[in-house]
Design a binder for this molecule. Sequence first.
Ligand SMILES: *[C@@H]1O[C@H](CO)[C@@H](O)[C@H](O)[C@H]1NC(C)=O
Ligand SMILES: *[C@@H]1O[C@H](CO)[C@@H](O)[C@H](O)[C@H]1NC(C)=O
Ligand SMILES: *[C@@H]1O[C@H](CO)[C@@H](O)[C@H](O)[C@H]1NC(C)=O
Ligand SMILES: *[C@@H]1O[C@H](CO)[C@@H](O)[C@H](O)[C@H]1NC(C)=O
Ligand SMILES: *[C@@H]1O[C@H](CO)[C@@H](O)[C@H](O)[C@H]1NC(C)=O
Length: 349
Amino acid sequence: MLFSLKSLSIAVALLPLVVANTQDVQTRGTVPYYLVFLAQDTDSQAAADNTLERRLADPVIMINPTDANFGISAEAPGRLLTSADGTKIFAEARGNPAKPAIVFIHGFGIGAMAFDDIFNDPLWLARAYLVRYDTRGHGRSDKPTTAAAWVSQRLAEDFDAVVQSYNLVKPFVLGWSFGGSQIADVLSFHPQSYISGIIYDAGVPYQSALPTIGSPAGFAVVAGLNQTTNVTEFQSGYIDFINLCDPALDWDFYLACLGDGVVQPRAILNLSFTRTQNNTGLIQAGTTGALPTLAIFGGDDQVVLKQGILNALAGWQNLTVVTLPDAQHFTWISRPVLFRATVLNWIGA
Ligand SMILES: *[C@@H]1O[C@H](CO)[C@@H](O)[C@H](O)[C@H]1NC(C)=O
Ligand SMILES: *[C@@H]1O[C@H](CO)[C@@H](O)[C@H](O)[C@H]1NC(C)=O
Ligand SMILES: *[C@@H]1O[C@H](CO)[C@@H](O)[C@H](O)[C@H]1NC(C)=O
Ligand SMILES: *[C@@H]1O[C@H](CO)[C@@H](O)[C@H](O)[C@H]1NC(C)=O
Ligand SMILES: *[C@@H]1O[C@H](CO)[C@@H](O)[C@H](O)[C@H]1NC(C)=O
């Protein structure tokens, strides 16, 4: 059972012995909150941790409405980091910092909340240190709309801010959907040794490959998503987009996805679709085998084309391809157990 964060301070106050692991507290450097839950699963590793689990989470912070974040007002566990150009980036970590770290990069138009099912899953938390952030232009982060804010180096710097804030050493990076292309930005400004491996989850490896990766149905919704004069077309475009990602989402999650669309200035679509990058670093990392890569696909994905992604990864020397049967674009929601096992086993967690 997972307690909400609001009930958490009470739970922590009542459970002083549970928070006795002061080493974790010191390494994080901020007043920690703990996610406390009773493991009710049969997973051997989680069971080995006894029935009462504890996990470190970031403090709950206020996100104040500003022009830069497009007026978001919210309260959430996480941190507002400052990227090199001053853009505020919302980030969050959960799980065990002593385990291998995975940084999750979400796709276009749906922020880091996309990964909620993973970040709330005790079996993930027991085996990895999970880090996610709202990429610029999304969710709780600032949403700059100048072209200068969307050059490749800015996106690499956002990733750097997350790596530095959480003291990550050679994390694995999971790029979902269009979020995959930001790994190419990172490797354009860092050596391959900066990260341990790449996980493309229905991921676009680099910007210039997008035209052959998006499905016709995927591209068909773009005009609606980019609509600035006709509200009806924007609304139906967004609904079509989320339904294309998965036509049978839980209502709350479906609304959250639509909400991430509403909090985003429309100019971000053009900026993120038309920006350019130098993918030489990525291509070298992949084709020399220096960076192991896992490419996961949903067997029923309606948004991206598997063959287009594989074509973009032609010549990759250390590539593992896994297709999850019947899975939609939200692969981990369609096949949570298989997805979890695929990723965690591959990273050796
Ligand atoms: C907005 O788009 C809808 C659907 O395409 C169309 O029926 C309607 O006429 C448009 N409205 C305007 C003002 O253009
Ligand atoms: C988005 O719409 C603008 C016009 O408002 C257009 O110039 C731009 O090319 C469109 N971008 C995409 C990626 O469709
Ligand atoms: C679209 O973005 C590009 C930069 O990627 C910019 O040069 C262009 O002016 C933008 N177009 C619109 C209509 O905002
Ligand atoms: C891309 O980066 C590589 C080094 O990784 C460099 O040699 C090349 O000149 C760059 N290409 C462009 C167009 O800047
Ligand atoms: C691929 O990468 C994995 C993980 O680093 C490594 O164990 C394996 O030996 C590599 N395979 C090849 C063929 O290099």
